[in-house]
Design a protein around this ligand. Sequence first.
Ligand code: PEP
Ligand code: MN
Length: 329
Amino acid sequence: MVKYRVFVLKGGADSPKLLENLGNGTASVKTVQLYGKTVVLSWPDSGQPVNNPDIEFQTSIDGDFILSSMEWKMERTIVDVGGVEVGEGVTIAAGPCSIDFTEGVEEFAKQLKHAGANIIRGGAYKPRTSPFSFQGKGTDGLDILRRMGDAAGLPIVSEILDPDNIRNFNGVDLLQIGSRNAQNFQLLRKVARDGRPILLKRGMGNTYTEWMATADYVMGEGNGSVILCERGIRTFENATRFTLDVGSIARAKNESHLPICADPSHPAGRRDLVVPMALSSVAAGADMLLVEVHPNPDSALSDEKQQITVQDLEKLANSVKSLRQAIKV
Ligand code: PEP
Ligand code: MN
């Protein structure tokens, strides 16, 4: 496995001097601005520390994910999503799988907030298994989502499928990259360059390490506002729609400085399992929950079996509080 040497330069220091110092040997070098610092990666690492007065800190990282790793940034990252600090306490993002209704949207948004939502979710461009299934309302869906956010005074999150579409996402505070696009590296890079915070789902067929490495693609473009989201993986088990990998949530919380989100809705696949799966994620260390909530779940045009009601969301939000007190996180 390749070893990387990571340098964090002193404030104001630029990389050219260090790059000179590294010499024009065989090492590959990448410089990126993150969290107000210049971070330089060089690989393969010779194992020898580099002496240079501009270096604040250096370490050697052995592995497939570097920028998202806790090994160089020992402080947890807090991601500011339209004024909501993800990584402080447990943030709840809630709302419909897709915005498939036009009536009573403001009222529903206020109900979500009252039930405990801190961010409103709503899909407008849906990655559906069949091209003949409801594909989302597109720009009209985003207009409704913005109205919901305004009515509740909450930030909004929605999935982006196509980077050329990004101008339609004006006013969307958090850009979601879906499970099916988790390793669409061009999409990751392009959306990263927009600079807005990114909710990065785990690919349903990706290992823990592959998931972490997707965050490095975003961060490699200088965007450190990444929230990692576990949403269940494909396994032999079909008791649930996907297997929620709580072990990976716990591990990510230990090994990455990025906030960790859990989506209990997609792995549950059915309403009655959403709350227990959400709570198990919080117990494992999740900083955020992404939950599908619909005003009339049975009539939803996508994921109707797993969307919960506002009443259930309120129970979940209360249980999260009790659980956090019980486990003292
Ligand atoms: C969603 O959040 O509605 C969604 C499509 O999620 P995923 O990409 O995890 O399947
Ligand atoms: Mn969904």
